[in-house]
Design a protein around this ligand. Structure first.
Ligand code: F6P
Length: 334
């Protein structure tokens, strides 16, 4: 549970729209539910926008009431569906979106997504004075202004379950595996997975390892005698399949690990209790912030408390990874 802020409602809202955008993440559904249920308590009408910004400019809407969000808590994916809308990078498309929001008399837009989605929200606010509020929804947990993002915990859990299975076959064959996890520009997911799964090594964009260092670790593990299997967790770093390149380099040095790319299975599945609680809390607080006259911010978690960060900071600053966790993984390796 998180420490909640105190709110003073001083703003009126009649109608809001909600959209989920970019890569989906487990927990988006309980966030939608919390937004709708809280809005309902304050007699705010809710419009669900299908397929992110793409659905917004096509007016692909659905009216959301208390009943329409029943049973969403435990469902992975997003009821509203999601998309990456490249045309939203163009100002004409954003003008069209603003016109549509005005036409439907929507007072505020709630955007659940990653940094690209939150950039779209910020531009709508800046260029067209639309009231927007963001919730961090990405398995990458790479968003500045929040310690945690909706979907991260579930993705870590899913990936760890998969790595545990790979470890079984790795041990049977005395093999090492390169297990590639998602995380476009961030090693947050890879680091947590490596720690939880007891991996021998983690390779992340923030701290790339030379091929010599990897092959030395493999050679050392063999020298000790006995079993020599293990897991090296590799963050895709924006290049899915990057571990095959690593494999080639290792093969050239006489090593023969196997590669397993976990891919999109990391984005599916029922959200963990942690992600459901996070989503419910952020969704509920987003409505309270709007009713308190606060917008153009992302609602996040910092040091166990709910707070907000201006969207302009969210999209311009880079979240840094706690490098101490890398030392922790190294100190626990064989
Ligand atoms: O941003 C979340 C993410 O899952 C990244 O980790 C990954 O690089 C990307 O989305 C994959 O996107 P797509 O679903 O478009 O292949």
């Amino acid at each position: 549970m998180y420490q909640l802020p105190e709110f003073t409602h001083n703003s009126t809202l009649s109608k809001i729209a909600i959209l989920t955008s970019g890569g989906d993440s487990p927990g988006m559904n309980p966030a939608i539910r919390a937004l709708v249920r809280t809005a309902n308590k304050f007699d705010i009408e809710v419009v669900g926008v299908h397929r992110g910004y793409a659905g917004l400019i096509e007016e692909d809407f659905e009216s959301l009431g208390n009943r329409s969000v029943s049973g969403l808590c435990h469902r992975g994916g997003t009821h509203l569906r999601s998309a990456r809308c490249l045309s939203f990078h163009q100002s004409e498309t954003r003008s069209k979106a603003a016109e549509i929001l005005h036409k439907h008399q929507i007072d505020a837009l709630v955007v659940i997504g990653g940094d690209g989605s939150l950039t779209g929200a910020h531009l709508l606010a800046q260029e067209h004075n639309i009231r927007v509020i963001g919730l961090p929804g990405t398995i990458d947990n790479d968003i500045f202004g929040t310690d945690d993002s909706i979907g991260f915990d579930t993705a870590v859990t899913t990936a760890v379950e998969a790595v545990d299975k790979i470890s079984d076959t790795a041990a049977s064959h005395d093999r090492h595996f390169l297990v590639e996890v998602m995380g476009r520009n961030s090693g947050a997911l890879a680091t947590q997975v490596a720690l939880a799964a007891g991996a021998e090594m983690v390779i992340i964009p923030e701290h790339k390892k030379g091929i010599q260092e990897v092959s030395q670790m493999l050679a050392e593990s063999r020298r000790e005698g006995g079993e020599s299997s293990g897991i090296i967790v590799v963050a895709e770093g924006g290049q899915t399949g990057w571990s095959y390149k690593l494999l080639e380099e290792l093969q050239a040095l006489g090593e023969d690990p196997r590669v397993c790319i976990l891919g999109h299975l990391q984005r599916g599945g029922a959200p963990t209790a942690h992600d459901r609680i996070l989503a419910a809390t952020l969704g509920n607080c987003a409505i309270h912030y709007l009713l308190s006259g606060i917008d153009n911010v992302m609602v996040g978690i910092n040091a166990g408390a709910v707070d907000t960060t201006p969207l302009v900071d969210v999209i311009s600053a880079r979240k840094s990874l706690d490098m101490a966790n890398l030392t922790l993984i190294e100190e626990l390796q064989r």
